[in-house]
Design a binder for this molecule. Structure first.
Ligand SMILES: [Zn+2]
Length: 221
């Protein structure tokens, strides 16, 4: 099921918006199980704070005027690598790779922002607090962080780098849509991404929905 986004298109949006300076540090061939990509390394230009890097998988030709399928994924070592059931990150990553790999053109932007930006060690401490009864938002706040520290300057800068004016965005997160549109990138369509139900992460998903405004629908497929 797909939703159409409402939007006012400003053809000069990209030009009139401040460019976020990014640097491509690498660009190589990348055959994978999900398809044949280019793999690229990006970082915010030196002097830009915070120091941030992202790995970008590029599918197909990104021609001017094309509307690629895009996923912005925040690194989750516990989910992406170890297959944690505390969250749905790995499933979302796999679904996104599969869909982008099958599309004509697309990008997976893998941001190295562990634990919604709080870092891996703090994320593990937050898990400990969650075991004591807190939800993800409360635990982050208890550790002195905002609920979600992620900024999307680097992904916006990367899309600007490729001169992408409009995307189909694989996301449930309204913050990402807002960040892209503020960066002059039209979200022509939001493509929902839903993990299957799993008792271990029911509360995690409910918190995303209730406290962070995520647009989650129960997936019966
Ligand atoms: Zn995760």
């Amino acid at each position: 099921m797909k939703f159409q986004m409402s939007h006012d298109i400003n053809p000069n949006a990209l030009k009139s918006t401040n460019r976020i300076p990014v640097e491509k540090v690498a660009d190589a061939d990348f055959p994978s199980r999900s398809g044949h990509f280019r793999i690229c390394g990006f970082r915010l230009a030196p002097g830009e704070a915070p120091e941030e890097t992202a790995v970008v998988l590029v599918k197909g030709e990104l021609r001017r005027g094309s509307v690629p399928l895009v996923r912005i994924h925040s690194q989750c070592m516990t989910g992406d690598v170890f297959g944690s059931l505390r969250c749905d990150c790995r499933e979302q990553l796999e679904m996104a790779l599969k869909q982008i790999g099958a599309s004509e053109s697309g990008l997976l932007i893998y941001e190295q922002q562990e634990g919604r930006g709080i870092g891996l060690m703090s994320k593990l401490q937050a898990y400990e607090l969650q075991d004591g009864g807190m939800d993800t938002v409360e635990a982050n706040q208890e550790l002195g962080f905002q609920a979600d520290l992620r900024q999307y300057r680097l992904p916006v800068g990367i899309l600007q780098y490729y001169e992408i004016a409009a995307v189909r965005l694989l996301s449930n997160n309204p913050e990402k849509i807002r960040a892209l549109e503020e960066g002059g990138i039209e979200v022509r369509e939001r493509v929902p991404i839903s993990a299957t139900a799993e008792p271990n992460r029911e509360r995690y998903l409910k918190t995303k929905q209730d406290k962070m405004g995520h647009l989650i629908q129960k997936n019966v497929e």
